[in-house]
Ligand binder design. Structure first.
Ligand code: NI
Length: 171
């Protein structure tokens, strides 16, 4: 089921999400299926559970945006165990639509997480995939890409969003 993607301003987006402790359940499978449907409907490359209002440490990523089944990644309770290098590139977020800004990120990361069955998985990401891992893991810690911008840039975006909220164009 396609779920509503919550927008910046919803407290759950800036709350540290809870670890998943029960695996291989119908509830978890359904949540992840909803996350995929919602992400593809919005044409995103990643989505974190808090973005649909569930404060759990789960993210889905597909940098092929549905073109290649093998690139679908589900990470549960993920941690970045190693990062290296730097990259800068435009970043956006389905919860902050209409805004894109350059964000500096590590160029390579290693991630340790669990899969839907609770098994430990280790993944490597470079460039766009590394960026997606960092962005989606940030979400689980209540951090949005605008938190990586200068205070000045962040305030400009916040003010624009406040105007959109007042105009009823941000919900
Ligand atoms: Ni995002």
């Amino acid at each position: 089921m396609v779920r509503k993607i919550l927008k910046y301003g919803e407290p759950v987006l800036e709350t540290k999400a809870e670890p998943v402790t029960e695996f291989d359940t119908a509830e978890l499978r359904e949540l992840i299926a909803d996350m995929w449907e919602t992400m593809y409907a919005a044409k995103g490359v990643g989505l974190a559970a808090p973005q649909i209002g569930t404060s759990k440490r789960i993210s889905v990523i597909d940098i092929s945006v549905g073109e290649d089944e093998k690139q679908k990644i589900v990470i549960i309770n993920p941690e970045i165990t190693f990062s290296e290098g730097k990259q800068s590139g435009e970043e956006g977020c389905l919860s902050i639509p209409g805004f894109r800004e350059p964000v500096s990120r590590a160029n390579k990361v290693k991630v340790r997480a669990q899969n839907e069955k609770g098994e430990i998985i280790e993944l490597d990401g470079e460039e766009l995939l590394a960026r997606a891992f960092q962005h989606e893991i940030d979400h689980l810690n209540g951090i949005l890409f605008i938190n990586h911008l200068s205070a000045l840039k962040r305030d400009i975006i916040r003010r624009k969003i406040k105007k959109l909220q007042k105009a009823g164009e941000w919900d």
